[in-house]
Design a protein around this ligand. Structure first.
Ligand code: ADP
Ligand code: ASP
Ligand code: MG
Length: 417
């Protein structure tokens, strides 16, 4: 079986969905499982609904209307017959969402978040599945929550591999075209969970692992994995082939074209990953596979914006020792701050972190009890893999460098623009 993942950008409007159909016509659709994300920026739009809900804002209704309007426009562009079953199916999903918002009693933000954002994927897959059927392509819509089981860490759930493996191996129809949602799972009590933003690539890898798939293809709005994000770097070039190792490094440092959790399950079973263009589906794109000799021969640039540079020093000039460091890391873990760079000296310790969940203020107060805390907000972390002198100069040009770290293959610079 092949696993295809189509992200938000590929299904952002009616033409996008028609294009996905034409991609399948070109590359085949037998014995294939499609993992599909929410349409366009729907997850962000639903995040706004959740924010308005918790803030009891007057905008709650209008923010939800926006989400509806967007999807009904796509429906009208795809289905002329207003009596088509798809309208009934989507109405009923929106009714479920509104019912949840009206009747929810849980004050747990992360729990509510997952129950609400999941409608993005449920609605998008429902629309795509009906559209394919209308266009004569039989397919099997499956609710991923019956297959991917997780713990109840809402917004960042951990997969229960044993249960998931059993359910997928038993329940997914072989030879057919299956359509399911990315990013979602469910916990022991069957409440919806999510795997972390941009987690649909990971969903594709989970299915591939459990089905021993022949390959995974993630279809993108770019030709494949490039040596830099073409949105920010002119003259980015395509990397035709890279190793799992290189792809993990690039994703870890922040190349958002692949979700970092995607690679490990694939690498364990040596399932090849293809990153291809949904605009030019017959071009080869990038292949990610095993092999030491697949290192790019050119510098690869990665930028992470909106980072925090935190420097901790001891209040009394004592050394920052192992026990301090382990305590600090336990706190970062507890406050869900992802560390992307570490540097330490005798009495100070600096880290560049990402505060995805807005926890820094709370953490800062705790750290301040033991350390002198200095920090810079809104800094950028540039990473260059396979760097050379020109590449380093280019990245630093015109910026204030706050911190720099060099290893054999990788140069990292924290800058303030
Ligand atoms: P999806 O629609 O699957 O969610 P994303 O928007 O998350 O797709 O990922 C595709 C985007 O990743 C591209 O539009 C591109 O701007 C960005 N990107 C970041 N780094 C790279 C890279 N090294 N190579 C190609 N694209 C990259
Ligand atoms: N829709 C989710 C998000 O935007 C998951 C994904 O697209 O991968 O984060
Ligand atoms: Mg995405």
């Amino acid at each position: 079986m092949r696993i295809f993942k189509f992200g938000g950008a590929s299904v952002k409007d009616a033409d996008g969905i028609k294009n996905v159909f034409s991609v399948l016509e070109k590359v085949g659709h037998e014995d294939t499982l499609l993992v599909i994300s929410a349409m366009g920026k729907t997850t962000n739009a639903l995040e706004l609904v959740i924010k308005n809900y918790f803030e009891k804002s007057n905008e709650l209704h209008s923010s939800l209307q926006e989400v509806k309007k967007y999807h009904y426009q796509i429906l009208m562009d795809l289905f002329e017959d207003e009596e088509h079953d798809v309208y009934f199916a989507v109405n009923s999903l929106f009714a479920d969402l509104e019912y949840f918002i009206r009747s929810n009693k849980s004050p747990n933000y992360n729990f509510v978040y997952d129950q609400v954002v999941s409608f993005g994927e449920l609605i998008s897959t429902t629309i795509v599945s009906h559209y394919f059927a209308q266009a004569g392509l039989k397919n099997n819509w499956i609710d991923v929550r019956n297959f991917i089981k997780t713990d109840n860490t809402y917004r960042d759930a951990n997969v229960d591999w044993e249960k998931t493996q059993q359910l997928i191996a038993k329940g997914v129809k072989k030879k057919a075209l299956n359509i399911t949602q990315g990013f979602l799972g469910s916990d022991e009590n069957n409440f919806t969970t999510t795997l972390g933003r941009e987690g649909s690539d990971y969903t594709a890898a989970i299915f591939a692992y459990c089905l021993n798939a022949e390959s995974v293809t993630i279809w993108k709005d770019v030709p494949g994995v490039m040596n830099a994000d073409p949105r920010y770097f002119e003259n980015a070039i395509l990397l035709n082939q890279i190793s799992y190792r290189e792809a993990i490094e690039l994703a870890f440092y922040g190349a958002t074209v692949i979700h970092p959790k995607t690679l490990q399950p694939l690498q364990r079973k040596e399932i090849p990953l293809h990153v291809k263009s949904f605009i030019n589906p017959l071009l080869p794109g990038t292949s990610v596979s095993k092999g030491k000799d697949l290192e790019p021969q050119t510098p690869c640039y990665i930028v992470k914006r909106d980072q925090l540079l935190i420097s901790l020093s001891s209040i009394d000039f004592s050394f920052i020792m192992e026990e301090n460091i382990s305590e600090i890391f336990a706190l970062f873990h507890q406050y869900k701050m992802k560390v992307s760079l570490i540097q330490n000296s005798a009495i100070s310790f600096s880290v560049c972190v990402e505060d995805k969940f807005g926890n820094f203020n709370d953490l800062k107060n705790i750290l301040a009890k033991k350390f002198k805390v200095a920090y810079n907000e809104n800094v950028s972390l540039y990473t260059i893999r396979h760097f050379n002198k020109e590449a380093a100069e280019m990245v630093e040009k015109g910026k204030t460098v706050l911190l720099k770290q060099i290893s054999r293959e990788t140069l990292q610079v924290v800058t303030k623009e």
